[in-house]
Design a protein around this ligand. Structure first.
Ligand SMILES: NC(=O)C1=CN([C@@H]2O[C@H](COP(=O)(O)OP(=O)(O)OC[C@H]3O[C@@H](n4cnc5c(N)ncnc54)[C@H](OP(=O)(O)O)[C@@H]3O)[C@@H](O)[C@H]2O)C=CC1
Ligand SMILES: O=C(O)CCC(=O)C(=O)O
Length: 450
């Protein structure tokens, strides 16, 4: 790493020594910025400023379960950067949520949102609340309590949250309802809303579809496509479901899906009928992935926390789509994927590959799309939802899908060309970091770093 940039990184670590995920995300971006500050030192102070959130909100979220028992969770919103637009990024409800994880996600979001070409700053929030196993009424009471505090800090021109792990249409609906009641206004303060009250067509599909569009563009550079490719997908939530749908539509075959309990391997492929079952299982019944294996007679492998690898990545594939959570591919997993002939990785999740894993992919020269580029379709479609809300219009499914596709093509082009300008042809990590940074940095310099 460039010596001056290294000093900034050391300061970030010294300030918050207990935030490993945040350090990991910062390190991954800062490693790319050496050539940028060497070419133009005016960017150095921006690098320091961009690593510190503009604002961090931390609040208490009390809620009552169905038995009348009080529970107290933690709520957060990290408002990382408003240089190019209102803070924008999802809310995560998961027991592992803490400030380190939300700062890493908010930091990634700044560069991702910049790449979308839309005017959105970066933020992320959430709570250590676990919606799994809770009744709808409990989830509703929690969401209402969460919004009672969050409503003071968000707004259509200030900060526009959305979903992430554990926050889907149900949670967004409850939070939107509470905001409307408190503020007595109907504005687009959340995205991922239901289609009946201001949501955009294709938002649910957008992260998964967008990721597949991005990988399709990478394959195109090599005169290749999805036809006949075996794909391994992790997760079975929003991103994984629509990744599987689009891959299948483009002629590929998805043979896995997972949740936190384990993964299923279906060598015949997850057909549209099987995917419909999976969606019903996960989105309506809120069941476990093992039930898929029981229904279709394929294998279920439970996860064992004691293992030094994730056995899902042992399944031979042409393309891998990690779409569950951070650091789900480690060095060993990456080695296995490469050894088994994996030619491309499209990250649907945020930071799913550890730094050592990324190094393996890059040394093997496989096509590797970092999440901030390949999963940007979700937030891009959120940007389109904001535009539709402001204009008081609804675009059709094909209109939004075409705009999403154009955005993913533009992101790929920008990232690829940036890598070429700096003599790092095809290094999508470098291209995404530098292209994402430059737009935000130029905006900060023009506004004066505040
Ligand atoms: N939704 C969106 O628009 C976007 C999401 N992302 C990223 O994509 C990833 C998935 O998000 P999304 O699909 O929305 O979330 P969902 O909550 O819909 O699904 C998450 C899936 O990942 C699994 N999972 C979560 N945590 C773990 C874990 N620690 N180990 C193993 N499996 C786990 C869940 O299993 P279980 O149900 O058992 O917990 C579930 O199958 C996240 O990294 C998110 O940040 C990125 C861009 C946009
Ligand atoms: O749609 C959004 O605003 C945020 C999506 C998100 O959280 C992400 O891109 O990681």
């Amino acid at each position: 790493m460039n010596a001056e940039v290294q000093k900034i990184y050391d300061k970030v670590v010294a300030r918050d020594p207990n935030q490993p995920e945040f350090h990991q995300a910062v390190m991954e971006v800062l490693e790319s910025l050496g050539p940028v500050v060497e070419k133009d030192p005016k960017y150095l102070p921006v690098v320091e400023a961009i690593c510190e959130p503009e604002r961090v909100l931390h609040f208490r979220v009390p809620w009552y379960d169905d038995k009348g028992m009080l529970h107290v969770q933690r709520g957060f919103r990290v408002e990382m950067s408003s240089a190019i637009g209102p803070y924008k990024g999802g809310l995560r409800f998961h027991p592992t949520v803490n400030l380190s994880i939300l700062k890493f996600l908010a930091f990634e979001q700044v560069f991702k949102n910049s790449l979308t070409t839309l005017p959105m700053g970066g933020g992320k929030g959430g709570s250590d609340f676990d919606p799994k196993g809770k009744s709808d009424a409990e989830v509703m009471r929690f969401c209402q309590s969460f919004m009672m505090e969050l409503q003071r800090h968000i707004g259509q021109f200030t900060d526009v949250p959305a979903g992430d792990i554990g926050v889907g249409g149900r949670e967004i609906g409850y939070m939107f309802g509470m905001y409307k009641k408190i503020k007595n206004e109907f504005t687009g303060i959340l995205t991922g809303k239901g289609l009946d009250y201001g949501g955009s067509l294709i938002r649910s599909e957008a992260t998964g579809y967008g990721c597949v569009y991005f990988v399709r563009e990478m394959l195109k550079v090599k005169n290749d496509d999805f036809k006949g490719k075996t794909c391994v997908v992790s997760g079975s939530g929003n991103v994984a479901q629509f990744t599987i749908e689009k891959i299948t539509e483009l002629g590929g075959k998805c043979v896995t899906a997972s949740d936190s309990s384990g993964f299923v391997h279906d060598p015949e492929g997850i057909s549209p009928e099987k995917l419909a079952y999976l969606m019903e299982l996960k989105n309506v019944k809120r069941g476990r992935i093992q039930e898929y294996a029981e229904k279709y007679g394929c294998t279920f492998t439970p996860y064992d926390a004691g293992l030094d690898h994730n056995p899902l990545w042992l399944i031979k594939c042409d393309i891998a789509f990690p779409s569950a959570t951070q650091n789900e591919i480690n060095e060993k997993d990456a080695q296995t994927l490469v050894k088994n002939g994996c030619m491309a990785v499209g990250e649907g999740a945020n930071m799913p590959t550890t730094p050592a894993g990324v190094e393996i992919f890059q040394n093997a020269k496989i096509m590797y799309a970092p999440g901030k580029a390949s999963n940007a379709g979700g937030v891009a479609c959120s940007g389109l939802e904001m535009s539709q809300n402001s204009l008081r219009v609804y675009w059709t499914r094909s209109e939004v899908d075409a705009k999403l596709d154009d955005i993913m093509i533009a992101i790929h082009k920008n990232v690829y060309e940036t890598s070429k300008i700096y003599g790092r042809d095809g290094d999508y990590v470098f291209g995404a970091n530098v292209a994402g940074f430059l737009k935000v940095a130029n905006a900060m310099l023009q506004q004066g770093i505040l």
